[in-house]
Design a protein around this ligand. Sequence first.
Ligand code: ADE
Length: 224
Amino acid sequence: MRIDIITVVPDILKSPFEASILKRSIEKNIVEVHVHNLRDYTDLSYNQVDDYQFGGGAGMVLMIEPIDKCITALKKERDYDEVIYMTPDGVTLNQKIANSLSLLNNIIILCGHYKGVDQRVRDLFITKEISIGDYVLSGGELGAAVLCDTIIRLIPGVLSNETSALTDTFQDNLLAPPVYTRPADYKGTKVPEVLLSGNFPKIEEWREDEAYKRTERLRPDLLE
Ligand code: ADE
């Protein structure tokens, strides 16, 4: 998979890809992530990429021309399955969306900033608009990092035990069951007996039960 991210603050997108699972997936050539600075695509002085909004009002708007130039240059090199715009008024990201995006080959992610982008960008270039939740971030960059993380960890070969993404919370509309590790007894607080029994069908049954009970208690909406 290849992910191209377009942003006015590329620095925000450095560290998420320089550690742990995302770093390893890039090193293993399972995924390529390219971050493009929108300011490299403007001919205006001071590398201007934004301007006041027509009609008045506070806040700057990202202009269409540099975004058009960047997206057009990328599309000349290869076909893209989706051009995604990160925005608080997009559809809220969930596991189902992440699962389907993880099957694609090439995607562009455009990060908004300030008041957002000129509406014509959304009308002409964007195929999907995604929000990471009902709150407003300073820009789409952190949302893009969240989106990339949730997609990339699903690509086969990224997680060492491929099945482990399948047992994640939300994969079957259930929260994950509780997990424990050593010591089996910590200052008198004990790990549930069944997990030490070696009886794997029984352990599986316990986990399913606990996942259901936890979902009922914390997220009953998932069971509806
Ligand atoms: N940009 C600003 N707020 C956002 C959000 N909640 N999700 C995605 N992109 C955003």
